[in-house]
Ligand binder design. Structure first.
Ligand code: PBG
Length: 332
């Protein structure tokens, strides 16, 4: 015990917990809607949505419905929305050309949100998996996920998204050198105000399963992502990745998944003090929803407790499928 701390009975730790007022006065961390980024799924068509079975309460929306969702999110005080496309089968190819088509689902959705809800920031995903016939984040040559050719494609994707009006680019691919390449392309094409939130420490995780259902990549994926995503046993490596991405021009960094990797969030924040985000991924959402639907957990309590944990671990914010539900609850 620290020598200046009183001991019992001068110190009774329960004194400061005896009522809501005292507890509120000394609470060290709070969660507000400002801390949320809402990931959403975009699909083809108009005025329609389809549920994602492994993510109860989550739907894929057509572009016009995405714009409506953005208006709602803006009204709830959610500062940012993050787009993931559900690409139709004919747009998944070996050359992934749809990824940098100016009119792909993501780029359409960026423009629709920008005109419907100009006060919400639009974040994108940069990786080839939604467009790749084999479900990988990079090009596959003779069974190998190749790095440098993939980075060139990611740069094209980034420039298209910047052109469509994206505020935050989210490279989630884990190729080496992509942050530097994207940053210098943005600078030379006069997109110097576009921000990058790098998926810097992204682990090869089993918790992405429901997401791959949501974007239709589960069946497509051949093999695993262990040659580019991080080994779950590693922690120092996450710090090296974050250091590198900041040096290459990332404005913000992410740890992913979230709850099983709160130790990484804390180390990143302590070591670098940069804007740090976590992604509470699809599998984490699915676990809480499944238990709640069984009556085994209190949905609202566990949702808010899980979000607050990210703040306590040092995060500035969290990408979460709970965003609208949490913001509604916080609004009262
Ligand atoms: C792929 C990508 C994934 C997620 C976001 N971008 C899955 C993967 O790496 O296979 C997962 C998000 C989630 O599980 O909620 N670029």
């Amino acid at each position: 015990m620290h020598p200046t701390f009183a001991s019992f009975p001068k110190a009774r730790m329960r004194r400061m917990r005896q009522n809501a007022q005292l507890r509120a006065m000394v609470r060290e961390n709070i969660f507000t809607p400002d801390d949320l980024i809402w990931p959403v799924f975009v699909m083809k068509g108009s005025d329609n949505e389809t549920p994602v079975p492994s993510m109860p309460g989550v739907v894929r929306r057509t572009v016009d419905r995405i714009a409506k969702a953005a208006i709602e999110a803006q009204a709830l005080g959610i500062p940012a929305i993050c787009l993931f496309p559900y690409t139709s089968q004919e747009d998944r190819t070996e050359d992934c050309a749809e990824a940098w088509s100016p009119n792909n689902l993501t780029n359409q959705a960026i423009r629709a949100i920008k005109s419907a809800a100009p006060d919400i920031a639009v974040m994108t995903d940069i990786a080839l998996d939604p467009y790749n016939i084999n479900g990988h984040d990079g090009f596959v040559e003779n069974g190998e996920i190749v790095n440098d050719r993939t980075v060139e494609a990611l740069v094209k994707m980034a420039l298209c998204q910047a052109e469509a009006g994206a505020d935050i680019l989210g490279p989630s691919d884990m190729m080496d050198g992509r942050i530097g390449a994207i940053r210098s392309a943005l600078e030379s094409e006069h997109y110097q105000n576009v921000t990058i939130l790098s998926y810097a420490a992204k682990y090869a995780s089993g918790f992405y399963g429901p997401f791959r259902d949501a974007v239709g990549a589960s069946a497509a994926l051949t093999g695993d992502k262990k040659t580019y995503q991080m080994d779950p046993g590693n922690s120092d490596e996450a710090l090296r990745l974050v250091a590198r991405d900041i040096r290459e021009g990332a404005d913000m960094v992410m740890v992913k998944p979230g709850m099983p990797y709160l130790d990484i969030c804390r180390r990143v924040k302590d070591q670098f003090g940069v804007p740090t985000f976590a992604y509470q991924v699809s599998g984490e959402y699915a676990m809480i929803m499944a238990a709640s639907q069984n009556g085994w957990l209190d949905h609202d309590a566990v949702m808010m407790e899980s979000l607050l944990a990210f703040k306590r671990a040092g995060c500035d914010g969290v990408l979460s499928y709970f965003a609208p539900a949490a913001a509604k609850l916080l609004q009262g």
